[in-house]
Ligand binder design. Structure first.
Ligand SMILES: C[S@@+](CC[C@H](N)C(=O)[O-])C[C@H]1O[C@@H](n2cnc3c(N)ncnc32)[C@H](O)[C@@H]1O
Length: 233
């Protein structure tokens, strides 16, 4: 890239940053924006890495490798809104586990643990992402978070799971397979399950399975997410 292009890129990035700062201040106020900046700085210093990645560079030994979306996160704010919404339906979920299918670098599992879940589980099929997630968890100093290095379709959810999270991790076929497996092992769950489908590109998969009852849809900026309930009793 030429010097001129590099300068242009830098200037664009700066103006995007300025805009996002201004939006944050308008939306949340100066103090909350300042706290957010401090958190980012502290993450940078500790070497905590939540950056987006192309999956093609990772070690993935799965038949579903080409049915994945890219790695990325929605950020704390959206997840906070979604968990607040679930809590309105049932506060007791915090005594159980939060399960993230496609847990990537661990941003959602870390946030869920900080939010107050007793236990948190992530399932991720890219080896390097599991390693980064485990490092991030250690650097932040959290416990009771377990990352399973495996394909989502092979994972059997444990009985304490109360909230299941999908941030648009995979394509229709894999989502269907995972949901069918959840239904198959439904008797393992002791209490009703809440499922969050964030960026619900393949919502028709849920719609076709009547056991998943849509409770609400949440919106945040350009994003939306559906919350479903699966009754187990
Ligand atoms: C959009 S990222 C979500 C990251 C994380 N949930 C968060 O909110 O921080 C989706 C992740 O799903 C993983 N993934 C995709 N297909 C998968 C599969 N079949 N089994 C396990 N993980 C999968 C990808 O490797 C990627 O890290």
């Amino acid at each position: 890239m030429s010097d001129k292009n590099l300068q242009l890129k830098k200037r664009n990035r700066l103006s995007l940053l300025k805009q996002s700062l201004q939006d944050n201040i308008n939306e949340k106020g100066v103090i909350a924006t300042f706290q957010k900046i401090l958190k980012h700085i502290s993450y940078k210093i500790k070497g905590i890495d939540f950056s987006e990645e192309e999956l093609s560079k990772f070690t993935i030994e799965s038949k579903n490798k080409n049915l994945a979306t890219i790695h990325g996160s929605c950020g704390d704010e959206m997840l906070h809104i979604l968990l607040d919404e679930v809590i309105k339906f049932d506060q007791t979920v915090l005594r159980g586990s939060f399960l993230d299918y496609g847990s990537g670098k661990g941003m959602a599992v870390i946030y869920a643990k900080k939010y107050g879940f007793k236990k948190v589980i992530g399932v991720e099929f890219a080896k390097e992402l599991c390693d980064i997630a485990n490092k991030n968890i250690k650097k932040i100093g959290l416990s009771d978070i377990e990352i399973f290095y495996m394909d989502a379709t092979e994972f059997i959810p444990s009985k304490g799971v109360r909230v299941i999270y999908f941030l648009n991790p995979f394509h229709e076929k894999v989502l269907h397979e995972v949901l069918i497996k959840i239904l198959k092992y439904k008797q393992l769950f002791l209490q009703d399950i809440y499922l969050i489908y964030n960026i619900p590109i393949y919502e028709q998969v849920f719609d076709k399975l009547s056991e998943f009852q849509k409770l609400t849809t949440c919106k945040y900026k350009d994003n939306k997410a559906h919350i479903y309930k699966l009754e187990v009793q």
